[in-house]
Design a binder for this molecule. Structure first.
Ligand SMILES: *Cc1c(COP(=O)(O)O)cnc(C)c1O
Length: 233
């Protein structure tokens, strides 16, 4: 398979350098930006190679694939992230198994996650995904509903709201995405003021646009292709 020959170690080194230079340009410290390697559609073997290169934040988008890979890899050093759309009926399968869920986007899902967290006696960290481009085909809460959802989540003691996530519209020129990243940061700042809480995490930026996201304050960049190579569907 082509991706087994992908130079994952070299790719990772290159991504780390690009993240570092984006941080320098933005006047930020590299320690404030976590790289999450998005491994969807790549085999456990590819993930093991990334782990061997000390890439310990790993992200997945599909529940069954993620759980199978977790079982196969079974490495307690890994911090697993769930970044894909999540149906409420699958909420209980991911609670307690992921360091951070990036894609909470409805009160219904929040309730299911909270019930599962209570049942399991765990606290689940979450981000709220915002549909910053108001795109019909994308998940995420619309910005006008964000305060209400955030308040509901803050009222659920076994969910720990850490911040916001977005997937901006696609642009051939990644500079087009930058205003959407700025918008997510502003929504976060407004929420913090309005609700009197701290929401430190901004999950934004992928292979094509992570430099723009870092310029706007991203604290997590979710990078798949630049680390693991192209996905085969
Ligand atoms: C697949 C995916 C990524 C990674 O995308 P690349 O362009 O391959 O870096 C990031 N975030 C989410 C939510 C994804 O589904």
């Amino acid at each position: 398979m082509a991706h087994e020959c992908a130079p994952i170690e070299a790719n990772l080194a290159h991504v780390r350098e690009s993240v570092a230079s984006a941080c320098i340009r933005a006047g930020r410290s590299m320690e404030d930006v976590a790289i999450i390697a998005i491994a969807k559609k790549h085999p456990a073997e590819a993930v093991r190679r990334a782990i061997a290169a000390m890439q310990l934040d790993i992200g997945e988008s599909y529940v069954q694939e993620a759980l199978a890979k977790q079982e196969e890899i079974a490495d307690p050093r890994v911090r697993w992230h769930f970044v894909g759309g999540l149906q409420s009926r699958k909420a209980k399968e991911i609670v307690g198994r992921f360091h951070l869920l990036h894609s909470l986007d409805s009160e219904k899902l929040a309730h299911k996650l909270h019930n599962a967290a209570v049942d399991q006696g765990v606290t689940q960290s979450v981000l709220i995904q915002v549909n910053v481009g108001r795109e019909e085909q994308k998940s995420g809460v619309m910005e006008e509903k964000l305060p209400e959802l955030a308040e509901a989540v803050l009222g659920m003691p076994e969910l720990s709201l850490q911040g916001l996530m977005c997937l901006p519209p696609f642009f051939d020129d990644p500079d087009g995405a930058q205003p959407f990243f700025a918008k997510l940061r502003k929504l976060r700042d407004d929420l913090e003021r309005r609700l009197g809480v701290t929401l430190p995490t901004l999950s934004m930026g992928m292979t094509g646009d992570f430099q723009q996201a870092i310029a706007e304050g991203a604290t997590c960049v979710r990078i798949g292709t630049a680390i693991f190579g192209p996905r085969e569907y």
